[in-house]
Write a protein that binds this ligand. Structure first.
Ligand code: PLP
Length: 447
């Protein structure tokens, strides 16, 4: 008996039924004449090598944005992968293409887009953002795409791919974008990327204010909610909730089901409020084609082949945990509670200092060195980080995060030093198991 045993009879049953369906086309010799002993040996060698991973499943792992998928997601993925449909076009996998449309419609409803919204799943957030920025460039050729210094690093890179100017919006020590800068440069800017849940510290950027600034000038807004998107389900529990409630004001939105949607990697998504942007993907097609019932997902994507198994996995997950507060929202809430409780503990600790109050479920903090210098702090952060990985059963896993010294010193002026950046500790509390583990983690860290 292990934690997967309960699922195996279900897997067996589904695979059996699918095989009955296969046989209904007439029995054939299977193409695989596998030596089962050799297969087992290889799989067990793989298993051994997988033990080289960090314990992503365990709440002691609060480092990067990593966690195993929900069992229903890998079950659905695995079963579907034996068929291997391709969602590049309806014909590549009619049932999984239908599922993709259903989950896209669920996502569109979650963000407050109307029934007309266009969208599809992607292999990841980066390609989803590239697509949204491609549309942005087509709509505002020659104009810049602007994003803050805290935006995902791939936006700048993708602007190079798109041969489009990139403008970095400065931020202050609390991660707030310089709105004056936006005002000053508004004639150059075609699109602003607003990150809803920055990858570093989970900041919610001021979508509402930015949309008020830009609305008059026809500047396009792209919300990069790759990490944070599903927090829309628990808006009332969050600071900056009015920005979350304004998500529908963005012209396009990216959300990664493989981050907070309990999916295995290979599942991002992009949504467009105005379906007419589909014309940029297929130039000879009339606009109406993209609003018709027969939406052809492959026609509105930069990618061609996409795993139907990803759509099936996300679809199955949303049947179990729908996009509402009691469904998937309940898991986001646990992550949020864990972060709030941990931040409170850090705040009360005589040895640790909170860098800032979390907007979502990512906490930034540091241990105070005896000498209040930046170099001592950098050293101590690294040592706390490394210490945690020395023990399996009593260890912890955090991540290190660099903030510009100028920002750090604004908040902690009693420190001195000439370092360019300050390394602090960062914990991503994205697993539901984190909520019950906060006291234990605090103890292991010596808070
Ligand atoms: C993770 C992330 C991305 C990139 O998404 P991938 O799925 O890793 O390609 C982009 N933007 C934000 C805000 C992210 O957190």
């Amino acid at each position: 008996m292990n934690r997967f045993t309960p699922y195996l009879p279900i897997l067996e049953k589904a695979l059996h039924k699918l095989d009955v369906w296969r046989s209904s086309f007439g029995d054939i010799e299977t193409g695989f004449s596998t030596d089962l002993n050799q297969l087992e040996e290889i799989i067990l060698t793989l298993e051994k090598r997988l033990e080289g991973n960090y314990p992503f499943h365990h709440p002691q792992y609060a480092g990067q944005m990593l966690k195993p998928p929900h069992p229903i997601a890998w079950l659905a993925y695995l079963i579907t992968a034996t068929v291997n449909p391709n969602n590049h076009a309806l014909d590549g996998g009619p049932p999984t293409s239908e599922m993709e449309k259903e989950v896209i419609s669920d996502l569109a409803e979650m963000v407050g887009y109307g029934n007309n919204a266009l969208g599809h799943l992607t292999s990841a957030g980066t390609i989803a953002n590239l697509e949204a920025l491609f549309v942005a460039r087509e709509l505002h050729p020659g104009k810049a795409i602007a994003a803050t210094a805290n935006a995902h690093y791939t936006h700048r890179r993708m602007c190079r791919v798109l041969n489009t100017p990139f403008l970095e919006i400065p931020v202050n020590e609390r991660g707030e974008p310089d709105l004056e800068f936006i005002n000053h440069h508004h004639s150059e800017i075609g699109t602003i990327v607003v990150t809803m849940g920055t990858t570093g510290l989970g900041y919610t950027e001021p979508l509402k204010k930015i949309s008020e600034l830009t609305g008059i000038n026809g500047v396009r807004i792209h919300a990069d909610a790759a990490y944070g998107g599903f927090f829309r389900l628990i808006t009332d529990e969050l600071p900056k909730s009015s920005d979350w409630k304004s998500l529908h004001l963005a012209d396009s939105i990216v959300i990664d089901p493989h981050k907070h949607g309990l999916q295995p990697y290979g599942c991002g998504s992009v949504l467009y409020k105005d379906p007419s942007v589909g014309k940029f993907f297929k130039h000879d097609s009339p606009y109406t084609y993209f609003t018709s019932e027969e939406l052809h997902l492959g026609e509105i994507s930069l990618e061609c082949s996409r795993a139907g198994a990803s759509a099936a996995a996300f679809w199955a997950t949303l049947q179990l945990l729908p996009l509402n507060r009691n469904g998937l929202g309940s898991i986001l809430l646990k992550a949020r509670n864990a972060a709030v409780r941990f931040a409170e503990k850090v705040d009360k600790s005589p040895r640790f200092e909170l860098y800032n109050k979390p907007d979502l479920d990512i906490v930034a903090y540091f241990k105070e060195p005896h000498m209040r210098t930046l170099s001592e702090l950098n050293r101590l952060s690294k040592s706390v980080f490394e210490e945690g990985m020395k023990s399996k059963e009593n260890g912890y896993h955090l991540s290190l995060f660099k903030v510009p010294s100028a920002h750090f010193l604004k908040q902690f002026p009693h420190y001195s030093g000439e370092e360019e950046s300050v390394t602090i500790l960062r914990s991503v509390f994205m697993k539901e198991e984190h909520e019950a583990f906060i006291d234990e983690l605090a103890e292991r860290l010596g808070l």
